[in-house]
Design a protein around this ligand. Structure first.
Ligand SMILES: CC(C)(COP(=O)(O)OP(=O)(O)OC[C@H]1O[C@@H](n2cnc3c(N)ncnc32)[C@H](O)[C@@H]1OP(=O)(O)O)[C@@H](O)C(=O)NCCC(=O)NCCS
Length: 127
């Protein structure tokens, strides 16, 4: 998963994951889509308060984007979040992915901000 995330999310920005970055993720819920042994996409959920989870690190393998894998991953993540008693899901969405999350019912909240050098918006949805 770190390899997929590096290829899709970090390398295009000239960045990598540090040991400290990954260490912080050890209690997160990791979700991946597979075909046989090949990981096609991934994301993770972090509990931020009693009824809210944050989605992070949403990535679909290059060459397989735009085929519905991201949508299925999001639906799976939302079901897990709901099953665990959450009422809200939010994320720091890259500006170029805002349209993707909007299609899945998410709304932006607040002003644009910069994270890992690129513009982002907070997006959220009631479950
Ligand atoms: C953004 C991403 C996760 C979406 O996953 P995907 O598998 O490509 O998306 P899907 O094929 O499930 O798309 C679902 C819908 O969203 C649309 N969509 C997908 N990516 C989009 C984007 N970047 N902007 C606007 N709409 C998008 C699709 O056209 C599709 O619309 P439709 O239902 O009308 O056909 C994936 O493209 C990706 O990994 N991109 C690079 C990394 C990235 O930006 N990650 C998000 C970090 S916040």
């Amino acid at each position: 998963m770190v390899d997929l995330r590096t290829q899709v999310l970090r390398k295009p920005l000239g960045l990598t994951f540090s040991h400290e970055d990954l260490e912080k993720e050890k209690d997160n819920l990791l979700i991946a889509a597979y075909e046989d042994d090949e990981m096609l996409g991934c994301c993770m959920l972090i509990q931020v308060d009693a009824t809210t989870v944050q989605l992070r690190q949403m990535a679909v393998k290059a060459g397989l984007q735009g085929k519905g894998i991201g949508r299925v991953l999001m639906q799976f993540a939302e079901n897990i979040a709901r099953d665990r008693g959450n009422r809200k899901i939010m994320m720091h969405a890259r500006k170029n992915a805002v349209g993707f999350y909007e299609k899945l019912g998410y709304n932006t909240a607040g002003e644009e901000f910069t994270e890992i050098t690129i513009p982002h918006f907070i997006m959220e949805k009631e479950l």
